[in-house]
Ligand binder design. Structure first.
Ligand SMILES: C[S@@+](CC[C@H](N)C(=O)[O-])C[C@H]1O[C@@H](n2cnc3c(N)ncnc32)[C@H](O)[C@@H]1O
Length: 232
């Protein structure tokens, strides 16, 4: 369904538990490019009859075989191995005789790879937490969403989040200069997301809004703010 809305090369990120993609036959529509493991070493909910699940999966798919954007320089993370150490390791015969090439060392940082342990899950103390109810199952860290949006979109692109919860994606989009369409079925969360959006972007002249369908709440013609009025 969502692939019909994507442009050629456009990305789709699907969040879920480890088996989230196993029952969806995406292949006629999308290309699976990566399964990103979001590693969370200290999950709040601990298993009692099984090993605690310490990761979520974020599937990265594109329409077609080539991605329209992958802005690696915007998502680089610090190198773990220092350049000096790397150079020393390269003084081995297989590299000096040309069998293996030297590893590339980018001073700006490295590709984050597909196991992300550097983004902490939210805790009760996190400043960005909307409320404690949204902690365990709902609210994602802005840093996580930011990495996805930075890597796969360009300024002024349109990002669709059909399950926007507390509004993390819209907030990040506004900060990064992306347009967004956000959909959410829970009225309390819509209110919370709108309040969060207003707080975050109070300096932006024409904030977007997450709202109920136009039949439930007609847009105010005196209010010049564009209202994104979608419901699912
Ligand atoms: C995991 S949460 C998303 C959290 C969000 N990324 C955030 O950071 O707050 C999934 C959301 O999808 C919403 N949802 C579930 N089914 C839906 C539907 N059919 N239409 C719209 N929203 C739906 C739920 O109410 C929930 O808030």
């Amino acid at each position: 369904m969502f692939s019909a809305k994507l442009k050629e090369g456009g990305p789709l990120y699907l969040f879920g538990k480890p088996d989230s993609l196993d029952f969806i036959d995406y292949r006629p529509y999308l290309t699976l490019r990566s399964r990103i493991v979001w590693f969370q070493p200290s999950r709040l909910s601990q298993g009692r009859i099984n090993y605690t699940n310490n990761y979520d999966i974020v599937c990265y798919l594109t329409k077609g075989r080539h991605s329209r954007a992958f802005n690696l320089d915007d998502i680089r993370v610090p190198q773990l191995v220092e350049l000096e150490h790397r150079r020393r390791c390269e003084k081995v015969p297989s590299v000096s005789n040309g069998k293996f090439s030297k590893t590339k060392f980018n001073q700006k940082g490295k590709n984050p790879g597909n196991v992300w342990g550097d983004i902490k899950q939210l805790t009760y103390k996190s400043h960005e937490l909307i409320n404690q109810m949204t902690l365990n199952t709902i609210q994602k860290p802005e840093k996580l969403i930011e990495r996805l949006i930075k890597s796969s979109s360009l300024p002024n692109d349109l990002v669709l989040d059909p399950f926007c919860g507390t509004g993390t994606c819209p907030v990040v989009c506004k900060r990064l200069g992306r347009n967004f369409i956000a959909i959410e079925s829970d009225h309390d969360l819509i209110a919370a997301a709108n309040a969060r959006l207003e707080r975050t972007i109070s300096h932006v002249r024409t904030p977007g809004k997450i709202d109920f369908s136009p039949t439930e709440k007609p847009a105010d013609p005196c209010n010049p703010s564009p209202q994104l009025t979608f419901s699912w």
